[in-house]
Design a binder for this molecule. Structure first.
Ligand code: NDP
Length: 311
């Protein structure tokens, strides 16, 4: 039986940001379930990280249909946590999921068709044992499907009560502009944009996306804020066997260059002068950028998450 900490909202005044021009407040640090929560991860560890997050005011959990190994298993893990731990707290949680990347075989299991999006949201709800998600994203722009088809399917998902808000992730600026206008005219304004932003990858700033979102009253949530672990002390002394880099899939060892190590050592010195770790320094840099609502961290242990929330 899980009883959340009664102190979870002690920092209510300082730990939440308004998401664009909406009624939604999001925690400055949100938790992502891309890695570390699939069927290949120890369930009790997933539970401990999720409970720790909620106990510390992290109310926003982020998924996609294909998170976890095998695909879908991060949502399934969360479905079990929902049933066993979090059901009484559903209304304190802000749950997002996405569709866009490869999820199931054949020609209807990825991209942006109405056929795919409608099936995907139903699958996600079943796996997570939810009646609705708070936020449904298009995970990537589909250059071959009419953009109106994708957007109208998303609007209809809201109208059907399967999602409360809509988000867009990884779309280039021009189609994003179109989406913002389209959704406005359907009375389902875009809530948030999810893009990769960290000290090593600044595309959303360079491409004007962050600025555009701010002007349009759309929130912005930064994913891979620690560059998948590069912007921490994880790889300072080698490649730990249990690390993401050791898997050589999404994060490969060629990223661990002498230049990066120099950069990290300098950063470590600078961070230490402010009494912070490298991870805290990297997260704080993102939160200082105008227009950022939340930073979406990953963690493979409670201690990593504890490090990341010491703002
Ligand atoms: P991060 O950049 O936060 O990387 C997380 C990894 O960094 C952890 O798994 C861990 O690696 C390491 N780490 C985290 N904290 C620490 C710490 N304090 N000290 C040392 N190492 C640490 O984010 P992710 O790349 O995991 O992405 C976060 C979330 O963003 C995802 O879960 C997902 O929700 C979202 N996302 C969205 C995408 C999109 O296309 N919209 C794409 C990618 C992510 P290790 O596992 O080796 O311990």
């Amino acid at each position: 039986m899980y009883t959340p900490s009664e102190h979870r909202y002690d920092n209510k005044q300082s730990f939440y940001n308004r998401c664009g021009k909406s009624g939604v407040l999001l925690p400055k640090i949100s938790l992502g379930f891309w890695h570390n929560f699939g069927a290949d991860a120890p369930f009790e560890r997933s539970r401990a990280i999720t409970r720790f997050a909620f106990d510390h005011g992290i109310t926003h959990f982020d998924f996609a249909n294909n998170y976890g190994t095998p695909y879908g298993s991060a949502e399934t893990t969360f479905g079990q946590l929902m049933a066993e731990d979090f059901a009484p707290y559903r209304d304190e949680l802000f749950i997002s999921t996405k569709a866009g990347y490869d999820m199931w075989p054949g020609v209807y299991g990825e991209w942006g068709s109405r056929k795919y999006l409608m099936a995907s949201i139903d699958q996600s709800l079943k796996r997570m044992r939810l009646d609705y998600v708070d936020l449904f994203y298009s995970h990537r722009f589909d250059p071959l499907t009419p953009v109106e088809e994708t957007l109208q399917a998303m609007v209809d998902i809201v109208r059907m009560g399967k999602a409360l808000y809509l988000g867009i992730s990884n779309w280039p600026l021009e189609p994003l502009r179109f989406a913002v206008d389209y959704l406005k005219t359907r009375d389902v304004p875009l809530l948030i944009y999810q893009g990769r932003l960290n000290m090593l990858n600044r595309e959303p700033i360079e491409q004007g996306i962050l600025d555009f979102c701010q002007r349009e009253g759309v929130g912005f949530i930064a994913y891979s804020p620690l560059a998948q672990g590069l912007l921490t002390d994880r790889y300072l002394n080698g490649i730990p066997a249990d690390s993401r880099m050791a898997q050589q899939h999404f994060l490969t060892s060629d990223k661990r260059t002498p230049e990066l190590l120099d950069y990290l050592h300098n950063m470590q010195t600078e961070a230490a002068q402010q009494g912070r770790t490298i991870a805290q320094h990297a997260i704080d840099w993102i939160l200082q950028q105008q227009g950022v609502t939340s930073v979406l961290v990953g963690a493979s242990s409670v201690s990593q998450l504890a490090d990341n929330i010491q703002l």
